[in-house]
Design a protein around this ligand. Structure first.
Ligand SMILES: O=c1ccn([C@@H]2O[C@H](COP(=O)(O)OP(=O)(O)O[C@H]3O[C@H](CO)[C@@H](O)[C@H](O)[C@H]3O)[C@@H](O)[C@H]2O)c(=O)[nH]1
Ligand SMILES: [Mn+2]
Length: 580
């Protein structure tokens, strides 16, 4: 809700702004109803923000800001504020009730026995394969008639709820699949030339972001070759100690460097992309497709007349005109466009739209855009344009990092490896390929790190002197990261206490290495004293102590803790066996 409301309230002409909300095989109760509720709230929220020039247009953030509470000077303002606050409270209450019903099954009740985990796995599988049989397609929620009772006439943008079909046994291609459905459905309804992609765990923090992005997109020099404007990912819930290293620091370093070459990597969310670039267009044009013949287009883009027409028609800004044209066939049409079978035999995911070759669809698709000659640009304003939340327990962190690494490897080991694909003689181009390759091969760094985590310890334990020494412990599906957190979880995170609840065997390498190090440290130190080998082994002793400090939270989680956030006993057992 916060995501939707915050973008509905951005500063952009509302007749040119259309919000599409994607729901993977969702349940009508949770999402269509929720979006209707969100829309009715937007009727108050959007005019309120615009009238009073509210700086942060995410309701939750606005109402939790205690500073605003104190400066209630304007009577009209505070009255309006109270009115909306009550509405929001009602919504939150509703959401919690729906959330409780869904969430109560998904939480562990303390211990993490094998049975619990199996159940959880089964539940996840089920959830993953949630089937939508009939209701795919979309629902458009918009102002029936512009009932402008307001003097200032703050119309609200339309909200389109898109439900894509999922069927057991049919590949749904995760986020890339969802985005492709959105591209098609929005293509036949509004067909706007620029698209902002925003994850459901992000919200718009600066209402001027669209205008900022459009400064680049409309720049006559840059525009013909510009595919997308990327904003960084910034987060509101990072704790002081950031124990899971969740702040994506590369947005402050690497991305800035890339901006000096041919632009940053497409980063999944917070970017404004030119629609035609995703349809396989090459730099220079603005039309959606150079091909004009519908039959040929159908071969590439699938069997929808309406959609293929949207490729040759000039992009329209006029929503109302479109909606009257498409109002009756639209339902049927979007139903096909959002169905599982639509992409069969087409080029979606291969040459067109978001590409399916990797679970880091953003990186992979962006790479292809750059290879096709497009550039991107980075926009890093001091006021964060979009803010989101990070995983706040160990398991979610591992799940996310595993997915990214698996996705990068998928690209590195494919024929699209950046070291061979799209290489050019242009110097900047070659440098950028190297950057893409650096990311693609990032997972490989874990091997030397594993060696550093094992061999010095074993040598120390056996009294073998080793030099030079270095330090380090490292820690394919699109497994979603958790979007809800319970109070204990939040408390642990804020206090800097690691939360291992729900961790699978994925934690084994880290726990095993910590135990190995601990064992080696005790054994090695005993030998050092016994054989008086202080001088020879002292550096290794220090090294081992250093590793112990790094792995203290893990050791604590295995040995000392009894709460539900400790390392699951099953993982602890196996790491003990393995390190032994
Ligand atoms: O089958 C799927 C899977 C994911 N999503 C959406 O994808 C987004 C990102 O998912 P999330 O669980 O939040 O994953 P993160 O690890 O936080 O995502 C990061 O990594 C992804 C690539 O792996 C990028 O696409 C994201 O933008 C980036 O924030 C969310 O809005 C999801 O609703 C779908 O719509 N359908
Ligand atoms: Mn996320």
């Amino acid at each position: 809700m916060n995501t939707v409301l915050s973008v509905m309230a951005i500063d952009y002409p509302s007749e040119k702004l259309h919000i599409y909300l994607s729901d993977d095989a969702g349940a009508d109760v949770t999402l269509l109803c929720a979006s209707k509720e969100a829309y009715s709230l937007a009727r108050y929220w959007v005019p309120f923000c615009k009238r009073f020039g509210i700086a942060v247009r995410c309701p939750e953030v606005f109402f939790n800001d205690s500073k605003i509470d104190q400066q209630d000077s304007d009577k009209e303002f505070s009255q309006e504020r109270q009115k909306i606050k009550a509405e929001v409270a009602m919504q939150v209450d509703l959401r919690n009730r729906v959330g409780d019903r869904h969430g109560s099954r998904s939480r562990h009740n303390g211990g993490c026995g094998v049975e619990d985990e199996e159940e959880e796995e089964k539940r996840k599988e089920k959830e993953h394969d949630r089937v939508s049989t009939k209701n795919n397609g979309c629902g458009i929620i918009r102002e029936e008639e512009s009932n402008s009772t307001d003097k200032e006439d703050f119309t609200i943008p339309s909200l389109v709820y898109v439900l894509r079909e999922k069927r057991i046994g049919v590949q749904h291609r995760f986020k890339a699949g969802a985005l492709n459905v959105l591209l098609r459905v929005s293509g036949v309804i509004t067909n706007s030339p620029y698209i902002l992609v925003l994850d459901c765990d992000m919200y718009s923090n600066d209402p001027s972001s669209a205008r900022q992005a459009m400064c680049f997109h409309l720049d006559s020099k840059l525009s013909p070759s510009l595919a997308f404007v990327q904003f960084p990912q910034e987060f509101y819930n990072i704790s002081k100690n950031d124990i899971y290293c969740a702040e994506l620091r590369q947005f402050k370093t690497f991305w800035l460097g890339l901006d000096g070459l041919r632009g940053p990597v497409l980063s999944g969310t917070n970017y404004f992309v030119k629609r035609c670039t995703l349809y396989g267009a090459r730099p220079g044009g603005m039309s959606n497709s150079e091909e004009k013949e519908i039959s040929r287009l159908k071969h590439k883009f699938g069997n929808s007349d309406k959609f293929c027409l949207s490729l040759v028609e000039k992009s329209s800004h006029d929503f109302d005109e479109k909606i009257t044209t498409y109002v009756s066939p639209q339902k049927e049409n979007t139903l096909t466009l959002a169905s599982c079978d639509y992409e069969n035999g087409t080029q979606w995911g291969g040459q067109i739209g978001y590409l399916y070759g990797s679970v880091v669809e953003d990186y992979f698709t962006g790479f292809h855009l750059h290879c096709r000659g497009w550039v991107s640009t980075y926009c890093f304003p001091s006021k964060p344009a979009f803010v989101g939340n990070v995983p706040i327990n160990f398991n979610d962190t591992l799940v996310q990092k595993k997915r990214w690494n698996a996705g990068f490897l998928e690209v590195a080991l494919s024929s699209h490896c950046p070291l061979i694909f799209g290489i050019s003689k242009n110097f900047n181009w070659a440098l950028q390929s190297m950057c893409y390759a650096w990311l693609a091969f990032w997972p490989v760094f874990s091997f030397p790190l594993l060696c550093y985590g094992i061999f010095p310890q074993l040598c120390f334990l056996n009294g073998i002197s080793l030099f030079p020494e270095l330090v380090g412990i490292s820690a394919v599906n699109f497994d979603l990261t958790n979007k809800t957190a319970d109070k204990t979880q939040i408390k642990r995170y804020e206090n800097g206490v690691f939360d291992f609840e729900g961790c699978s065997l994925m934690l084994l390498p880290a726990t095993t290495l910590s135990l190995l190090n601990l064992g080696a440290l005790i054994g090695g130190a005993w030998q050092m004293i016994k054989f008086n080998a202080m001088e020879r082994l002292f550096t290794q002793f220090i090294f081992s102590c250093f590793i112990l400090t790094l792995s203290l939270p893990l050791i604590e989680g295995i040995v000392f803790r009894q709460d539900s956030g400790r390392v699951p006993p099953r993982v602890a057992f196996w790491s003990l066996v393995l390190s032994g």
